[in-house]
Write a protein that binds this ligand. Structure first.
Ligand SMILES: NC(=O)c1ccc[n+]([C@@H]2O[C@H](COP(=O)([O-])OP(=O)(O)OC[C@H]3O[C@@H](n4cnc5c(N)ncnc54)[C@H](OP(=O)(O)O)[C@@H]3O)[C@@H](O)[C@H]2O)c1
Length: 367
């Protein structure tokens, strides 16, 4: 058992600006058969996790790690160590990678234990995509075992999505388009995709990649050197619009999306909705001209690619993509370590409001 006090970062499900640190029972509740207790060593926090909160009720993210009435624990990706086990095949001291609550401790109901890892088989998690329920043993994670844990917790789920978007677009021959536009181009998921689109140009149709961002982030996005053109959101009407175009939107900003749909008109051949970094400007349900935005859901694409390629090829390809993107990422962003409950609360607010800016990748630990 751990001597640290067990704590949760709790978020008000209706007003996600309200956050608090609360004591957790998961450090001391007696384990049931098949359960393991873990200390969460560190986890990443970015707009991706804010999206889990902003879409928590709509996409059931709050149901993965239930909390007391009206409050939720946001899911985060990270590393955790088993400190107590009532599951045969899982030993104290093992480190795993996967989806945890933003907490210091967690109890998982382990099942389907294999050399590679295990699943959380709690009945309430059965409805979720398998990637959300699987935990990978670090010792068996050949491609990533020796990588920095900090870069992994900060970037792995984001660059996994970048890898999947690049593959998805290529598989569909870019829907016949020669222009690909990103909304929220400074986000890690967007620029990871742009870096891959740049690296993988050979043997593909000709395309240019345009990044749209806020005025404050223009210089940062230009410095990444992975977009052919970088513009702020207000400049959409000035972009050339005579080529077939795909919009890949990480912002969810309805005004920006509308300006893209209106400006590109019939030449907008596909509109992909990946994220909601501008989570206060969604305008859900508003009708737009042109193609209906289609949700890109990484867990579904992950499963599609896994089924197509098998574990080994998929993991090899993803690791190659990871190395390519990391050259861009590590030159442009720095890791920011956040330790302890007060610092976690402050960082959460900074990431939520966008004040933290694009050039930091946060690695959090309750300490
Ligand atoms: N669909 C999927 O399966 C999937 C998978 C992974 C990620 N995603 C989504 O991709 C998006 C990007 O995630 P990320 O972690 O890569 O982002 P990130 O690196 O944390 O993005 C930071 C950027 O987001 C914008 N931003 C953040 N907070 C803001 C605020 N309060 N107001 C206005 N702009 C704000 C700013 O970009 P600009 O100034 O450039 O707008 C900022 O530079 C998220 O919505 C995430 O959920 C989706």
């Amino acid at each position: 058992m751990s001597s640290r006090p067990a704590q949760d970062l709790l978020i008000n499900r209706k007003i996600i600006e309200q956050a608090e640190i609360a004591d957790s029972e998961e450090g001391s509740l007696p384990l049931q058969e098949g359960q393991v207790r873990l200390v969460i060593d560190r986890f990443g926090l970015s707009a991706n996790n804010i999206t889990y909160a902003a879409m928590g009720d709509m996409m059931n993210y709050w149901d993965i790690y239930p909390a007391r009435d009206g409050w939720g624990r946001i899911p985060v990706w990270g590393f955790a160590d088993i400190i107590e086990s009532r599951c045969s095949g899982l030993s104290v001291g093992e480190r795993v990678y996967g989806l945890f609550p933003a907490s210091s401790h967690v109890i998982l109901q382990a099942g389907q234990v294999s050399g590679k890892g295990f699943m959380d088989v709690s009945p309430h998690r059965a409805v979720f995509a398998s990637i959300y329920n699987s935990y990978v043993r670090l010792a068996a994670d050949h491609h990533f075992r020796n990588e920095s844990h900090d870069w992994q917790v900060a970037l792995r789920p984001l660059f996994m999505t970048s890898f999947l978007i690049d593959a998805f677009l290529a598989q569909h021959d870019f829907f016949g388009a020669n222009t690909i536009i990103f909304g929220s181009a400074s986000s890690k998921t967007a620029f990871g995709t742009a870096a891959l689109l740049k690296a993988n140009r050979q043997n593909r149709r000709d395309y240019i990649v345009i990044g749209l961002t806020s005025t404050a982030n223009l210089e940062f996005v230009k410095s990444l050197d992975c977009y052919d053109v970088v513009q702020d959101y207000a400049s959409v009407p000035k972009l050339g619009n005579d080529a077939k175009t795909v919009y890949v939107d990480m912002s969810g900003n309805i005004r920006v999306r509308k300006s893209v749909h209106v400006h590109f008109g019939e030449n907008l051949v596909y509109s992909s909705w990946v994220g909601v970094t501008h989570w206060t400007k969604l305008g859900l349900g508003i009708q737009l001209p042109g193609p209906e935005p289609v949700l890109f859901f990484a867990p579904t694409e992950f499963q599609n690619r896994m089924d197509e390629l098998g574990d080994d090829v998929f993991n090899r390809q993803f690791h190659a993509a990871w190395c390519q993107i990391n050259n861009t990422a590590q030159a442009a962003i720095s890791l920011r370590h956040v330790e302890g409950d007060t610092a976690i609360l402050q960082a959460y607010q900074g990431i939520l409001s966008g004040a933290c800016g694009p050039s930091a990748a946060h690695v959090m630990s309750f300490g």
